[in-house]
Write a new protein. Structure first.
Ligand SMILES: CC(=O)SCCNC(=O)CCNC(=O)[C@H](O)C(C)(C)COP(=O)(O)OP(=O)(O)OC[C@H]1O[C@@H](n2cnc3c(N)ncnc32)[C@H](O)[C@@H]1OP(=O)(O)O
Ligand SMILES: CC(=O)C(=O)O
Length: 546
């Protein structure tokens, strides 16, 4: 077991104790997710009660120990959630926690609405937030330090006496400790006296750095026998590092959110903290077998919450194990772990390679073999050269897997024989101020026949797509299951104004999957046509391959 050593300072007397104390790095840490409370304080998040239930279900499935469900009484949604959750979810792992503050200044526990609402939520555990920064007591609560201590102790005791396990969130603990350590520690003592099970040190403004956290957690740990927890915001970008530092000093309860949601810059990202604690520090967090679903849970929550996650998010991001540089791919082809800090499968993620101008021969060879395309060394070299030239012209193959596949196939001497393009034409027809119609005509050759078809649409791509389908569907009925799902245009050299080159990306899908194709040209219709033809060819190839 890891051990860390600390000197301690008596915060009452200010004296530094000479004795050194060993803190064991814990064997296990309680994971407490606050997505449904602090996570929902993030700008842009607004969950329905049904959404909250889905999030709670997913978190329980992941095996977190506590799920903070909201602040009962703060809004009707949270009241309904606490009513429905125990009836509609069969919790297998998690305990639901109701959040609230201490009673108000000058209040009485027996008539305080917040405390009553926390009890009415009917949860085994509650989390109570209290001010531990003297500045906040004086300026935000506008009361005395003694009154803040009374509010904390009596409120905790009131809930403990009613059989609740009380987590005590000492708000602004780190700033409070820096400003007035005696008061910050006195608040913890009040909560301990009241019977709180866990003293949670909160970095509410999120500005603390790991070396400060280390000093302060060490002080607290040496002064309190009670379980220590932590709750870090990410305003200095150190929330997860601060949580790990605290655990290294003996904290055994970590609050945060899968995907790091939360007020302002968010909270400790549990999708990062859990793998670090488990896989790197050897500490038990969620059940071991659940680590492998953390990527899918992170993505599922992002869908429910409707905020796309950062592809570069450690462990669970789509780019977390994606390799682009030729040297990296070449080494990975020899040793899988050459550029990966863990095996991605441990967290349910996977290795990906993207092909671009940064590629070398190994990348092209791997991509071709993934697609079942046999390329000779010479063909690989030719593809690589062609690829780099095209990327220089503005193509971006890492986002266009469909066009990349065609490039690789063509290098073998293959050429699509579904159809041959003789010509195409697009006419924009403005009939009057309210109506605009685009008409496209394509002339193709297929099966030895000359095919001429016209399509109408609300724009050139729509009209060209219509004309192509009208010409080809009688020959290839599989086209009916191919759909264009997205169309993106990017101006590549904006300094050239309307003469600029554009890059068009088209996303397409069929019943089994999706692909992206690309076109680049100074003419947006030409660029669109290139991407469109590639899209149809890939679609036909897929129907042919069954
Ligand atoms: C650090 C955190 O993130 S804690 C969680 C914060 N979350 C939220 O605020 C979201 C939910 N909040 C709400 O719905 C509302 O703010 C409520 C229902 C809690 C309170 O609403 P209101 O009564 O209208 O008050 P308001 O929002 O203006 O908050 C200020 C009041 O809370 C009191 N208050 C603030 N912090 C605390 C605390 N830790 N303990 C007790 N009272 C507190 C203030 O003294 C002030 O009371 P006063 O108006 O009687 O002087
Ligand atoms: C309790 C809480 O959310 C905080 O102090 O940040």
């Amino acid at each position: 077991m890891l051990r860390s050593t600390a000197r301690t300072t008596d915060t009452q007397s200010g004296l530094t104790m000479s004795a050194e104390i060993d803190f064991a790095v814990p064997e296990s840490v309680e994971i407490y997710d606050t997505t449904l409370r602090d996570g929902s304080q993030q700008e842009g998040i607004s969950l329905t009660v049904d959404d909250k239930l889905r999030v709670a279900e997913a978190l329980d499935g992941l095996g977190v120990k506590y799920i903070e469900g909201g602040w009962p009484g703060a809004n009707p949604k949270d009241i309904e959630f606490f009513h429905r959750a125990p009836r509609e979810i069969r919790f297998g792992n998690a305990t639901l926690v109701a959040f609230g503050s201490t009673m108000r200044p000058g209040g009485d526990v027996n008539s305080d609405d917040t405390l009553r609402n926390m009890l009415d939520a009917n949860t085994e555990a509650v989390c109570m937030v209290a001010k531990s920064w003297d500045y906040h007591v004086k300026e935000a609560l506008r009361t005395t330090l003694d009154e803040a201590l009374r509010m904390a102790e009596e409120s905790v005791r009131y809930l403990v006496e009613r059989d609740r396990r009380v987590f005590f969130d000492a708000e602004h603990f780190f700033d409070g400790y820096k400003n007035n350590p005696q008061f910050a520690m006195a608040v913890l003592r009040a909560a301990q006296n009241g019977g709180a099970s866990t003293l949670v040190l909160c970095d509410t403004n999120g500005g603390s750095l790991p070396f400060e956290v280390e000093r302060i957690v060490r002080e607290v740990k040496s002064s309190f026998p009670t379980q220590i927890g932590v709750h870090f915001h990410n305003d200095s970008g150190c929330a997860t590092a601060n949580a790990l530092t605290s655990v290294g000093l003996g904290a055994t309860h970590v609050q945060g959110c899968i995907n790091g949601y939360g007020e302002r810059t968010g909270n400790t990202d549990l999708s990062v903290a859990i793998p670090n604690l488990t896989l790197k520090m050897g500490i038990e967090t969620i059940p071991r077998e659940k680590i492998a679903i953390i990527t899918s849970v992170s993505r599922h929550l992002a869908e429910v919450i409707n905020i796309a996650t950062d592809p570069q998010k450690p462990y669970v991001g789509t780019s977390s194990f994606t390799h682009k540089a030729g040297l990296h791919v070449s080494a990975i082809a020899r040793r899988k772990d050459a550029y990966e800090h863990i095996a991605p499968e441990l967290v349910g993620n996977g290795t990906r390679f993207v092909v671009s101008e940064m590629a070398g021969r190994s990348t092209v060879a791997i991509k071709a073999s993934e697609l079942g395309i046999d390329l000779t060394k010479e063909q690989i070299a030719t593809v690589l050269e062609h690829l780099k030239t095209l990327e220089h012209q503005g193509f971006h193959f890492e986002t266009a897997d469909g066009s990349m596949e065609l490039l690789l196939r063509r290098a073998t001497g293959w050429n699509q024989n579904f159809f041959e393009v003789e010509s195409f034409r697009v006419i924009d027809d403005f009939r009057d101020n309210s109506e605009q119609l685009t008409e496209a005509t394509v002339k193709l050759w297929a099966n030895g026949e000359r095919l001429i078809a016209t399509g109408e649409g609300n724009g050139p791509v729509n009209a060209l797509d219509g004309a192509l389908r009208r010409a080809l569907t009688p020959l290839y009925s599989g086209l009916n299951s191919i759909h264009l799902t997205d169309f993106k245009v990017r101006v590549l050299d904006s300094s050239s104004g309307t003469g600029a080159k554009v890059r068009v990306l088209i996303d397409s899908s069929d019943e089994v999957g999706s692909w992206t194709t690309i076109g680049v040209s100074p003419n947006v219709i030409d660029a669109s046509w290139q991407a469109l033809v590639d899209s149809i060819v890939i679609g036909l190839l897929r129907t042919q391959q069954g």
